[in-house]
Design a protein around this ligand. Sequence first.
Ligand code: UTP
Length: 308
Amino acid sequence: MSENMPMIPAPRIRKAVFPVAGLGTRFLPATKTVPKEMLPIVDRPLIQYAVDEAIAAGCDTLVFITNRYKHAVADYFDRAYELEQRLASGGKTDLLQKVRDVLPEGVNAVFVTQPEARGLGHAVLCAKPVVGDEPFAVMLPDDVIWNRGGPGALAQMADLAQREGGSVVAVQPVPREQTGSYGIVATDAFTDRHGRISGIVEKPEPALAPSQLAVVGRYILEPRIFALLEQTTPGKGGEIQLTDAIAALLAERPVHAYRFHGTRFDCGTHIGLVEATIRFALDNEAISDQARQAMQRALDELGVADSR
Ligand code: UTP
């Protein structure tokens, strides 16, 4: 395929892949039994925020890459008949609606096993038989992106993919000392929040990073990525890296970096989950006043002087 071929308008994405087969070691011991993706922010698990964002972007097929320790994820998206019956007969319609909204009608959930945690790239490759030959989204649920009142990050990216064709990777600037925690991109000059990627490296040392633009957990990928993943050998950390396959893709096809509107919380870290909890609690009408008071009490009792 040549990039000089006339650009056929890209079809809108319908399938979203959620790789949730990682070990979640940073949240041990909680993740000994509770998958990281099921940790809640207020009353909803992390996975629900990502699923809602995918559905809002137009996806109707959700592909979860799981393993034998993640039954809770599949159970969560299953119908809970007995519970629903009880809520219905008890007149608890609000709660019933919340339970039903987990997976709205017309949206399908598909579960694919990744037998061994061989890396994010390998997890995405496991989705190939379900995704087939169409562009698709990859969403990492520990990146929660909040765009209050506006379209979600994936919807913004889907618009760009439809306008420009090719693949789209969400990016945000990070301090130089943090480049070793991310995939980092080199790009052409940005117009209107996006620029074409010319290079991508996984977790570079700060001195070797080509920029401070870090990839965060939202991608729209053309299906060509699967063939490239099949050829990808284990990279950093001995894992099959999605970054390496994207590096091969951008030699053939346009891949855009996109700076989304919204705030990203890295809920794969302790402080990221705490910050997201604070933000969503303060933004939740039912508990915002109490949340504000609780935070004030905590600051008073622990002593603001101690806040170093
Ligand atoms: P992370 O690097 O966050 O790893 O994976 P992790 O295992 O989830 O968490 P820590 O670092 O041990 O605390 C990024 C994403 O890729 C998925 C993870 O589930 C997460 O959504 N993943 C990673 C897989 O699905 N399979 C893998 O083999 C590796």
